[in-house]
Each structure stands twice: as structure tokens, then as C-alpha cells.
Design a binder for this molecule. Structure first.
Ligand code: GLC
Length: 426
């Protein structure tokens, strides 16, 4: 993968940095921060870093990456393996810490006062063999978004089980299509073959009592009847209540359909909350959020734990400034600004009692328990092999959803593949 714009931007910026270093005595650094972005994250970045730039005199340039966390990971791994010196900070997914730990600066000492203000489990997720490899920016746990107006219009209750969701989605979809909205869909989600599908499918499996792919003790659990039932149920949505094209959707495609008023239900992360209530949104003030459904009564709802962090590259020539920026972005001022602008869930405990955040983004206090109970992907037990585990899982799921083999066949093969990958130990 090559992003020509990036090379050019970095080269010319480097040239400018040399010119300014020669012509002025000011010791200002220019930092490069790479990050994928969904929603309005790119536009908001300048606003987020401005107070830090003003306070320090340094400058930060955002190098935007593709939205898919899978594509970002592939690119970052190449840059880091090559010891790329032109990138100072990486925005990192919660699942990457064990795999990329060696390339990042240990932030334990710098963050010794800041870290204890965050939820301990999140700090823990970014700690590898005692090294704090990244500082949390925000955490993530998805919601079921539903159209209040349409549920009321069709007498559909907020669904508790996946089958109630499918039945309600069908009633609303039939009604809206009959009324002339040919592009209307019952339920949109993330069905593309990438990390996002691992998140969605882990929720279906776990909420059917089918475990979490690989358990915290390292046991491969995915080949079981509840997981099979969960995937067969999801397959039944494709081409019925969900468009066939859902098999290529990531977060932003689902949000596009939803936000133009063309879906009754959507599974998505909290960032879609503030965007859905924006002035340009067809669903402004028309939707509610609830926890994801369960397989059957008695099962527990499952939300996959997501979230993003900032890491400082060991290969950066500006480590001191980069650490200072990471500390700022993981601190209370920037986390609050991000919560207000992007409805991202803070990781600093006290911000859940912040009245301004609660008033502007009610999903945030409402979602505290959801993320505290969220299901982690098996990145901790599978260590450096997580990416392969996940890609084998999302491939098996994508095959099933596409009608290439049954869930039972695909999960049996997945179990064999994972067993081989594991070998004697993860
Ligand atoms: C969200 C989550 C991240 C996850 C990704 C999958 O960005 O925060 O953890 O990997 O979605 O698409």
C-alpha cells in the first residue's frame, strides 16, 4: 500500500523544518501524528491539539490513514519494522499493544500521575510486560441505534433479542418500502471482511452463550453449537433485513445509510451519536440507543471492547515533544474536548461525572457500565498472533455470511486452523 500524498507531505515538511531551523533560533519541533479517522475526527484534530501547540510552540501535522483499522495495522507494521523516523506518534487500536510494544517508548514514568486517573483495566490493556506502550485517548463500546419515530409508527418495541430485532426490522422495512422508500433497510452493521466484522461477530457469538473465540486462558472455544446458531442467525439477515451490500460495509458505510434516514436499526460505536444528531443529519433527534440484543432471554448482551490510544515511536527524533503531546491528548482537557465534539467515551474516570459532557452527550454517562462490562477480543491471550486469529475468524464469518459453507463447516475448519496456529502455546 502506498500513499503518495504522505511521502510528499513529509518530505516538504522536513524541508521546511530544515529551513526554519536554519533561519530562526526557536527550538520548535514539527511532529507527525498518524491516525485513521471516521466521522469528523480529521476536522476536529486541529482543534484538539491547538492548546498544546500554543502552550509549547511545537506544531503537529496529522497524517490521515484509511478508516479500516486492519489497513492501518498493516501499514504501521511496515513502517515500524523499517524503523521509520518521520512519524513521531501513532494512534493505536486497543488490540495492538502486545504486537507493537517493542516499537514504542515506555510511558510509565511520564504518565505516573496521569495513569491512575484512568480506568485501571484500560491502562492494563496498554501495558505489556510492565511497559506502558500507549496512553488511552478514548474507549469504545457499541450501541444498537434505533429509530424512535419508526418503532412508534409500526408499534415495534425496542428489541431485547436478535430475533425480535429481525422481526421488527422486517415490519418497518416492509412498511417503508410500501410507502415508496425503495432504499430502506431494516438493519445495518459491519459485514466487510476486516477487524470490524470480528467485533460484530464476537457480539453475536458471545450473546448466544458461545464464548469469546479464544478464552482468557488461551483455550480455543469457537467451535460450539451456540456460536454456530449465532452465525446462522446473522446469515439469515443478509439480503432480507440487511442489504446484500452489508458484506462490504464498515462503520462509515453503515452510518451513511442510517444517517440519510434509510435504516430502522444500526450497530455502531458512540461516535455515530453526535453525528446522527448533527444539523445535516436526516435522523437528528429521531433515534435512541440501547444495548445490543441477546440470543434468547437469560443470555447476556455483549458489546465488544474497542478504543484508541496514542503511542510514541522509538524511532522518532522528537521523543520529548511527542511524549508531551501524548500526555496532553490523554489528559482531561483533550479527553473532554473529544467527548464533547465526537461523543467518544473518555477513559478518565472523573469525566463520567462532568455535567457539561452529560448534558451535551447523554450517551456517555449512559454507556459507562456498557464499556466496563464489554467483552475484550482475545488479543491478550493470543499475544503476537492476535491479528492472524482475528483474520481467520472474520474470514470464516464472512464465508458463512456469503453462503460459502455452513457455519458448522466453517467453524470446524477455523478450530483446526487456530489449533495449528497456536501450536504448543500462544
Ligand atoms: C472501533 C473500535 C476499534 C475496533 C474498530 C473495528 O474503531 O474502537 O477498537 O477495532 O472499531 O472496526
Amino acid at each position: 500500500m502506498s500513499y503518495g500524498f504522505r511521502g510528499r507531505a513529509l518530505r516538504s515538511a522536513a524541508a521546511m523544518a530544515i529551513v526554519s531551523a536554519l533561519s530562526t533560533p526557536v527550538l520548535a519541533d514539527e511532529l507527525f501524528y498518524v491516525s485513521g479517522a471516521v466521522g469528523n475526527a480529521v476536522e476536529n484534530f486541529a482543534m484538539l491539539v491547538k492548546p498544546w501547540e500554543e502552550a509549547t510552540g511545537h506544531k503537529v501535522t496529522l497524517v490521515p490513514m484509511p478508516a479500516s483499522t486492519t489497513d492501518q495495522f498493516g501499514q504501521y507494521r511496515l513502517w515500524l519494522a523499517a524503523g521509520a523516523t518521520d512519524i513521531d506518534l501513532y494512534q493505536t487500536d486497543v488490540i495492538w499493544a502486545p504486537q507493537l510494544a517493542d516499537h514504542f517508548v515506555d510511558l510509565t514514568e511520564a504518565a505516573k500521575d496521569l495513569a491512575p486517573t484512568h480506568f485501571p483495566s484500560i491502562i492494563q490493556s496498554q501495558t505489556v510486560n510492565g511497559k506502558l506502550v500507549a496512553l488511552p485517548l478514548f474507549t469504545d463500546a457499541p450501541a444498537l441505534y434505533y429509530r424512535k419515530d419508526l418503532l412508534e409508527k409500526y408499534g415495534v418495541a425496542v428489541p431485547k433479542t436478535w430475533s425480535e430485532l429481525a422481526a421488527g426490522a422486517k415490519v418497518i422495512q416492509d412498511g417503508e418500502r410500501a410507502a415508496g422508500k425503495g432504499d430502506f433497510h431494516g438493519f445495518v452493521w459491519q459485514g466487510n471482511a476486516y477487524e470490524g466484522l470480528t467485533c460484530d461477530a464476537l457480539e453475536w457469538v458471545k450473546s448466544h452463550g458461545g464464548g469469546q473465540i479464544v478464552e482468557p486462558d488461551g483455550t480455543i472455544s469457537i467451535n460450539n453449537p451456540n456460536a454456530v446458531a449465532a452465525l446462522e442467525e446473522a446469515k439469515s439477515w443478509v439480503g432480507t433485513i440487511s442489504p446484500q451490500g452489508v458484506l462490504a460495509y464498515q462503520e462509515e458505510e453503515a452510518r451513511g445509510v442510517w444517517q440519510t434516514g434509510n435504516a430502522a436499526f444500526m450497530r455502531n460505536w458512540p461516535y455515530a451519536y453526535t453525528l446522527g444528531n448533527g444539523n445535516d443529519s436526516a435522523v437528528k433527534d429521531l433515534f435512541g440507543v440501547t444495548t445490543l440484543p441477546v440470543g434468547k432471554e437469560g443470555d447476556t448482551s455483549a458489546a465488544t471492547l474497542g478504543g484508541w490510544n496514542v503511542a510514541v515511536s522509538k524511532y522518532s527524533a522528537h521523543q520529548e515533544a511527542a511524549v508531551s503531546l501524548a500526555m496532553y491528548l490523554a489528559g482531561p482537557e483533550a479527553q473532554k474536548a473529544r467527548a464533547l465534539a465526537e461523543s467518544n467515551l473518555p477513559t478518565i474516570v472523573a469525566l463520567y461525572d462532568d455535567a457539561e459532557i452529560g448534558a451535551a452527550q447523554p450517551i456517555i454517562p449512559q454507556w459507562k457500565d456498557v464499556f466496563l462490562n464489554a467483552v475484550p477480543r482475545p488479543s491478550a491471550p493470543t499475544l503476537g498472533k492476535y491479528n492472524e486469529v482475528s483474520s481467520k475468524f472474520w474470514s470464516a464469518v464472512h464465508q458463512t455470511l456469503s453462503g460459502n459453507g455452513t457455519a458448522a463447516e466453517n467453524l470446524e475448519m477455523l478450530e483446526a486452523d487456530l489449533t495449528e496456529l497456536k501450536g504448543d502455546a500462544w
